[in-house]
Design a protein around this ligand. Sequence first.
Ligand SMILES: [Mg+2]
Length: 212
Amino acid sequence: MSSRGAVLFDLDGTVVDTVELIRESHRHAVTNVLGRDLPDEVLVAGVGKPLPEQMAAFDPEQVPALLEAYQRWNWANTASLIREYDGIADLLGRLQEAGRPLGIVTSKREVTVDLAWAELPLRQYFETIVTADDTTEHKPHPAPVLLALERLGVGAEDATFVGDAPFDLRAAHAAGVRAVAVTWGFFGREELAAEQPAVVVDTPAQLAEVLL
Ligand SMILES: [Mg+2]
């Protein structure tokens, strides 16, 4: 299963552990703006899509207020709630040493991505970062994956996309790259396996075996 070539990563729930941060940011917005108390799985059901789309799913009439409440809480709590997944920095270092082109493809805006790098020193591993600001179409559309490949100068046949969401796997398949699913983020093995990725892994050590 080992391979050569570029490796693209989703950010949230894949490279950085923002599961609690994002879930609680959603809860804050939905509780304060809509006065609703939603279960965890509903709060995070749209994670991986751009924020305005996620907010529209809660209430299409209240998107600006929901966004403002989300972002204010998220930015104020990033430093205390964002975490590094054990073994990810080691894996990224090994891939970089092996000369593998590495990139991020995220539906987050650049300003929020930079908040993550300010807390966790992982930016150095990536040659390119594709954010929601860079494309008009977003995952599960292939556009952001294709832009990352173009920036890295590699073809789809030489690339793998690693993500924790069904949207990541659909974007990978639509772009023609190998899809690898990780179970340590927002979604469970069953939902991920339903997208038929090349492989589903449970730990960064297993991911290293697949990628190196
Ligand atoms: Mg994710």
